[in-house]
Design a protein around this ligand. Structure first.
Ligand code: SAJ
Length: 426
């Protein structure tokens, strides 16, 4: 008989993971609350923005090794390995919302047997394993480390490269006992060629958060530098390029804001934890503020650029390129495009929205055809760097735009030849 794994939550993280296990010979059954997600997987119609993923999912489904369902009983019955990949969002007050995790644990506890193994992949605030997950599971009267095994195996895969990273990234595993650690290493070694390191649960939780805090703070640094260098009339991209030749320097890229489901959220897990110790994390909080201010900064650049070419805002046609939170993903969660478009709509004559991968418009006018979207436009605003945009010769775009027009490029993709007086970078 094949080993069976139940994966709870077959979204951005759960599906590639479930697929990787199914492809390596496990019998995997994925549970999700979203019928649409289940239908797409079963009918072989998931989008193919993640390289290699849709093909591998279809193959795993066809082989019979991967099944997905919304039926809890079907998914969790007769399973001894449970992997939780549900979202852990924050509420409007920046407090973590562990309801999805709690719900997943509640379902699992109904099916738990002696000797079962539970893995948490979801990103969680520090201490969650110790003060929430473990006590919750032990309410069943099973005991972690003795007749129940538990590990935190934080995901760290990069959207646009998820499948490859699921199978090759180094992995950190946090647990309370040696047997759980061993089980986790054995399990992940079946799909992962990277180095797997083990530690305690709180360290593992903080590793995951630290990775995203590092990135968020570094992006804020790049954004702040972009603001001052622009005032000085110096090209930030040149500065980054030349500075990064120093092997100890890695300045990140400025942009129109920081979106996605991770970076705008994970720093608050640490900020909130620090508050409980009476400590204010000034740098990390400021980084969040800087990054959150970038959509407004972008708006001001758009307004100023229109002024500079002599166009009244109320007469201006704006074309947005890119609504997803970053290039080459379909995900629009926390996309800075939302705030930018919603703030442009009441003050501009028309806001057209183009995106190669998403049908979302955030209230703007959908334009499927690139040329139509720029014809007569006064301002093309590039918000992400989808491959489709990277291939464009922007000289052609400029020639289709209105006579008085400007390109605002927040993603550094316009080709040098097209960067004339009507080009503004962030
Ligand atoms: N961004 C910038 N400048 C940069 C890099 C990114 O403005 O130099 C923006 C992007 O446009 C986007 C946002 O930041 O709006 C986040 O993008 P990202 O590519 O930095 O990160 P995510 O959210 O797609 O994925 C991150 C990754 N974390 C790290 O690289 C440390 C990924 O590995 C994690 O698994 C993921 O968060 C997660 O799930 O936590």
């Amino acid at each position: 008989m094949k080993d069976k794994i139940s994966v709870i939550g077959v979204g951005y993280i759960g599906l590639p993971l479930a697929t990787a296990f199914a492809s390596s010979g496990f019998e995997v059954i994925g549970l999700d609350v979203n019928q649409e997600t289940i239908d797409r997987i079963n009918s072989g119609t998931i989008d193919d923005s993640e390289p290699g993923l849709s093909k591998m999912v279809n193959k795993a489904v066809e082989s019979g090794n991967l099944k997905v369902t919304i039926d809890t009983d079907e998914a969790l019955r007769n399973t001894h390995i449970f992997i939780v990949c549900v979202q852990t969002p924050i509420n409007d007050d920046y407090e973590s919302n562990l309801d999805y995790l709690k719900n997943a644990l509640m379902l699992i506890t109904k099916y738990l047997d002696k000797g079962d193994f539970i893995v948490i992949e979801s990103t969680i605030p520090p201490g969650t394993m110790e003060f929430f997950v473990k006590p919750f599971l032990e309410e069943t009267s099973l005991k972690v480390g003795s007749n129940l095994f538990l590990a935190y195996c934080c995901e760290n895969v990069f959207p646009t490269n998820i499948l490859e990273e699921t199978m090759n990234n180094d992995k950190i595993i946090g647990s309370f006992d040696a047997k759980s650690s061993k089980l986790a290493v054995e399990l992940y070694s079946r799909i992962n060629k990277g180095t797997i390191r083990t530690t305690d649960t709180k360290t593992a939780e903080l590793v995951k958060i630290s990775e995203n805090v590092f990135r968020d703070v570094n992006i804020a640094l790049a954004n702040e530098m972009a603001i001052i260098f622009k005032k000085m009339g110096v090209d930030i991209r040149q500065i980054i390029k030349l500075s990064n030749y120093n092997k100890r320097v890695n300045i990140h890229n400025p942009g129109c804001g920081v979106g996605g489901s991770c970076l705008p959220k994970d720093p608050y897990f640490l900020i909130n934890a620090a508050n409980k110790y009476g400590i204010e994390l000034k740098l990390i909080e400021t980084a969040r503020k800087v990054n959150n201010s970038m959509p407004d900064y972008t708006l001001n650049i758009i307004k100023q650029s229109l002024d500079d070419v002599g166009i009244q805002k109320s007469d201006a046609i704006i074309t947005i390129f890119g609504v997803t939170y970053k290039g080459d993903v379909v995900d629009i969660r926390n996309s800075p495009a939302k705030e930018i478009i919603e703030k442009l709509l009441p003050i501009m004559k028309e806001v057209r929205v183009h995106d190669f991968l998403s049908t979302e418009t955030f209230g703007g006018k959908k334009s499927n055809n690139l040329n139509d979207s720029v014809t007569g436009s006064n301002c093309v605003v590039i918000l992400n760097n989808h491959a489709g945009y990277r291939k464009i010769d922007f000289r052609k775009i400029v020639s289709n735009m209105a006579k008085k027009s400007v390109i605002v490029d927040t993603a550094d993709i316009v080709n040098i030849e097209a960067r004339k007086e009507n080009y503004v970078s962030i």
